[in-house]
Design a protein around this ligand. Structure first.
Ligand code: NOJ
Length: 963
């Protein structure tokens, strides 16, 4: 017997070793969907769906058991408070749920419901758990940065036995009608319902109850099979508080489209989730997960979660933000208004959603728009706007798992130069470390990281290295020792340090909810501590969902314990953000007195992550379908407040064919975050390896990105000040054009009027671009005036060497036309300004530029211009009306004094510009410069090129024809 055990142990070890090796080398196999829960395998999702089914089945008799106690209502200083009573059984027993509705100066409203018994800690926990008794109520402290100032002008305009009305918001045109029995809230704008809570009676807060062992359940008893210990994939979740979900139906009457709630694959306009042709069967799930080889067009969860949804119809956009960090599912159904018999089935469509979270309080914000821009602005006011990036981060990133040595990196760097392909950042994945101990270097392969960093720096380039949240459990390595000694890691349910498996083998996970853990983490990034790093080293945070190879659903057990006594289930979706935040703090404290913008890429994210860096869409595949899927995903990130987004160019798993890789670059140049990346098993695919004509085509695409960097950086600036997406879908730019609401394969770049529709299908040599308005459109490259018609498609030829890219009339696009090795090397190059004349004969545009590195822009050290073409002149003025002469220029601004406007191109220039000379006036002087007028020719627009303009970019100037 002993012998047998011995043998089997040995085989188990061999098997385990083999499997972990296989993990590293096996070629891709499709995602094991069954490794991740479907709704019917998640107790609370299944229960709440069943609740919805019951409500539906008994629609006329269904009564929500939640009623506001009339006498409990109070209203003071923009806040309504009351108690909701839930009838919990036929005997009429009740539980109490305190309700707060806050009305903010920003025009948003916030509805919060907690459970009184748990607020009072009046419950007992199973298994001697030391978890907190309250419902998790701290998500706001990680997520919210503003916008919650109460509105003292909000007023109670009506109150009777059945309802209370509150008027609030801009011009008091918002109204919340709170119904008492059952509890419902109807948010109205200008007298019409826009967002309704509990309209279908699905509001449900599973109140705490004691587990009663009932060996013989009777018919009619609750099915408790998912209430207590819950099993999935061989793991048991011990649930010390039993069932505690929170769910609510939110309806958008008259709204056909809903968008948002990333991260999923699939269309931008979200699908219905209760089955039927073309619909999903399962709700959209938000439970940050390391989904190995994800599937397309699926409501399945991915790495990040932003529970912000916008509903849109012609003339109005409204939305909700569900601030809950636990696992969340969202069902979506649509209904046609059949109340009007004359509508003949063509009535208005409404969207009904059903939100279900495993635990936590109810905390929901309501936005009443009315435009998409209002929504992104208001959401950003709450959760923060995109951080101003490092300028290099907007350029091209070259990554693979792995560049194997410092020599390898230097070689790749040289080859980019040899082929004259610009790039700004080279990345080091996992294998640069010594045995997967982060903050160390593999001593043989990376013997001299500083010389590598210096070679990169000599061309203004940067290095990004991977740092993950799992800390290898190994004796004698300081970070592991310190983490354990100072108790800075996540604990298991018994409050002992949790141990799991990840890349390094046995590991512990830093608990970034713990302020002391953040303080400790910060010290690890100091140049003195992380030797081999320097000013041009930046960070990549991966696996922070967190990914745990041997954990349930490849993550941590939900009953693990975090700082403050919160269970992992309560905070799961915030985990990635807290790690990203700790790294952000680390990057800010690398050296005393060094104040530079961190650049950190994260895989896992939550609302608010936009303040900390960029995200990418994880482990996609080198397949056309994944290329296609990347566009709606990136667009969705943009409208959900986290626009610094991209997908692995080329596809992570597999080896892309050359045409696929080429098309992927032509698409990737339109991702705000533009990085090529590849799996360790894939063949090398740096653009210079492709061979002709592909290398040349890809080089041209990357150079186009570089030429347009001033426009991209300006778009980042706009995201930074008001939350505008960096790449914009049609519904966002043209909210009244219904035919564009479901379009998610073309985009506008910022406010430049550049309209791109990358080719994402194999063998496609032309494409149809949907034209959203009556404006004139020019081909970007040839200046051809396109024969367009509003609401119709325009067919454009797009052989492999061309990118379908139009310029909308009426814009000014800032560019830098000399291709160089890196963005830094272009920093003081002169500008080219391209004006596209609108039908009305005008153009307008913007340029924002700062040092791209420090926070000096917060003290006025930036250039911000508005350009306009009208009344026969092209002008530049300070966009904010500042007296720029009064600004004391720091080093960068002084250097910018030498940066000028080189060329102005006016596409669609009227004949009044037909002159050989232009007159330039700036800073009290005037001079003439040469100008060439090209008459319209064979479909190509007339255009004018004004050479060597010579006006300084930071100063006002006027250019007109010198007739
Ligand atoms: C998973 C990430 O998604 C991938 O990009 C990375 O290359 C591997 N981890 C290895 O670090």
């Amino acid at each position: 017997m002993r012998h047998t055990i011995g043998v089997s142990c040995k085989w188990t070890t061999v098997f385990a070793l083999l499997s972990s090796l296989l993990l590293l080398v096996t070629p891709a196999v499709a995602v094991k969907e069954h490794d991740f829960k479907k709704c019917h395998q998640s107790g609370f999702c299944q229960r709440n769906r069943a609740y919805a089914d019951a409500a539906e089945a008994q629609s006329s008799t269904w009564a929500s058991p939640y009623n506001i106690i009339h006498d409990s209502i109070s209203f003071d200083n923009g806040q309504l408070k009351a108690t909701i009573l839930k009838t919990i059984n036929p005997n009429g027993d009740t539980e109490r749920f305190p309700l707060t509705i806050s009305f903010h100066k920003s025009g948003t409203a916030r509805v919060g419901v907690d459970e009184e018994k748990r607020q009072n800690k009046d419950i007992t926990l199973r298994h001697d758990s030391q978890a907190r008794k309250e419902r998790y109520n701290e998500a706001g402290s990680w997520v919210l940065v503003g916008g919650v100032e109460l509105d003292p002008e909000a007023r109670l305009s009506h109150q009777d036995e059945s309802q209370v009305n509150v008027n609030y918001g801009p011009d008091s045109n918002h109204e919340a009608v709170v119904r008492l029995s059952p509890f419902e809230v109807d948010f109205r704008r200008d007298g019409a319902s826009q967002v309704k809570f509990n309209d279908r009676g699905l509001f449900n807060m599973e109140h705490w109850r004691q587990k009663v062992d009932n060996p013989e359940p009777k018919e009619g008893d609750d099915d408790q099979s998912t209430w207590w210990d819950e099993k999935f994939g061989g793991n048991t979740d011990t649930k010390p508080r039993g069932p505690e979900s929170v769910a609510l139906d939110i309806s958008f009457p008259g709204y056909e489209h809903v968008y948002g709630i990333p991260e999923h694959t699939g269309s931008l306009s979200l699908k219905q989730t209760r089955g039927g042709e073309g619909n999903h069967e399962d709700p959209y799930r938000l439970f940050n997960s390391d989904v190995f080889e994800y599937v397309l067009d699926s409501p399945m969860t991915l790495y990040g979660a932003i529970p912000f949804m916008q509903a849109h119809r012609k003339g109005s956009t409204v939305g909700v933000f569900w601030l809950n960090a636990a696992e969340t599912w969202i069902d979506i159904i649509k209904s046609k208004d059949s109340t009007n018999p004359l509508s003949l089935g063509k009535g208005k469509t409404s969207t009904h959603t059903h939100w279900m979270s495993e635990s936590g309080i109810l905390d929901v914000f309501v936005f009443l728009g009315p435009t998409p821009r209002d929504l992104t602005m208001q959401y950003g006011e709450l959760t923060g706007y995109t951080a101003m990036p490092q300028e290099f981060a907007v350029a091209y990133h070259q990554c693979r798992w792995n560049y194997i040595s410092d020599d390898d990196v230097k070689d790749v760097d040289r080859r980019f130069d040899k082929f004259k392909i610009p790039y700004d950042v080279i990345w080091l994945d996992l294998e640069y470390t010594d045995d997967r101990k982060y903050f160390t270097w593999q001593p043989d392969m990376f013997a001299d990281p500083i010389s590598m960093g210096e070679q990169l720096a000599s061309h203004g380039r940067n290095l990004v290295v991977l740092i993950d949240p799992h800390i290898k459990k190994v004796d004698g390595w300081a970070p592991s020792k310190e983490l354990i000694a100072q108790k800075l890691a996540v604990n298991n349910k018994d409050n002992e340090m949790y141990e799991g498996w990840c890349w390094p083998g046995a590991s512990n996970w830093i608990d970034c909810f713990n302020p002391k853990a953040i303080e400790w983490w910060k010290t690890l990034f100091q140049y003195d501590s992380f030797k081999g790093t320097m000013e041009n080293t930046f960070i990549w945070n991966d696996m922070n969902e967190p990914s745990v190879f041997n954990g349930p659903e490849a993550s941590m057990p939900r009953d693990n314990m975090h700082f403050g006594g919160w269970e992992h289930r309560d905070i799961h979706n915030l985990n990635g953000l807290t790690f990203h935040n700790a790294t952000f703090q680390g990057m800010l404290s690398r050296k005393k007195g060094e104040l530079r913008r961190p650049f950190i890429l994260t895989r896992s994210f939550y609302s608010g992550s936009q303040r900390l860096g960029a995200m990418w869409t994880g482990d996609n595949q080198a397949e056309w379908g994944h290329l296609e899927a990347s566009l709606p995903m990136v667009l969705n990130q943009g409208i959900a407040g986290f626009p610094f987004a991209g997908a692995d160019v080329g596809g992570f798993f597999g080896n892309p064919e050359k045409d696929l890789l080429t098309r992927w670059y032509q698409t990737g140049i339109f991702y705000p975050f533009f990085r090529a990346h590849a799996h360790i098993d894939s063949r090398r695919r740096e653009p210079y390896l492709l061979g002709e004509p592909y290398t040349e085509i890809v080089t041209q695409a990357i150079r186009l990105r570089y030429a347009l960097l001033p426009a991209w950086y300006t778009a980042f600036y706009q995201a930074n000040v008001d939350g505008s997406p960096i790449v914009r879908p049609m519904f966002w730019t043209h909210p009244d054009e219904e035919a564009g609401f479901a379009i998610d394969d073309q985009l506008f770049v910022g406010s430049t009027g550049l309209l791109a529709k990358p080719i994402v299908q194999q063998g496609k040599e032309s494409t149809d671009i949907w034209i959203p308005d009556d404006e004139v459109y020019y081909d970007y490259f040839s200046y051809e005036v396109k024969k367009t018609q509003k609401g119709k498609h325009l067919t454009v030829a797009a052989p492999l060497d061309s990118i379908p890219l139009l310029m909308r009339g009426g814009h000014v696009i800032p560019r830098r036309d000399i291709p160089r090795r890196s963005a830094a090397m272009m920093r003081f190059d002169d500008y080219t300004l391209v004006a596209t004349v609108s039908k009305a004969g005008t153009a307008e545009g913007e340029l924002y530029v700062d040092d791209g590195d420090s926070f000096d822009y917060e003290h006025g050290q930036y250039i911000h211009r508005t350009f306009a073409l009208q009344d026969g002149a092209f002008t530049s003025i300070d966009a904010e009306g500042r007296d720029t002469k009064a600004i004391k220029a720091g080093t960068w601004l002084q250097q910018m004094e030498n940066v000028k406007v080189d060329k102005i191109v006016i596409v669609g220039a009227p004949a009044s510009w037909d002159s050989a000379k232009a007159l330039v006036q700036s800073e009290g002087e005037s001079w003439t410069t040469s100008m060439q007028y090209h008459k319209a020719d064979n479909g190509r627009a007339a255009f004018v090129t004004i050479g060597r303009v010579g006006a300084r970019i930071g100063h006002d100037f006027t250019v007109k024809p010198n007739l």
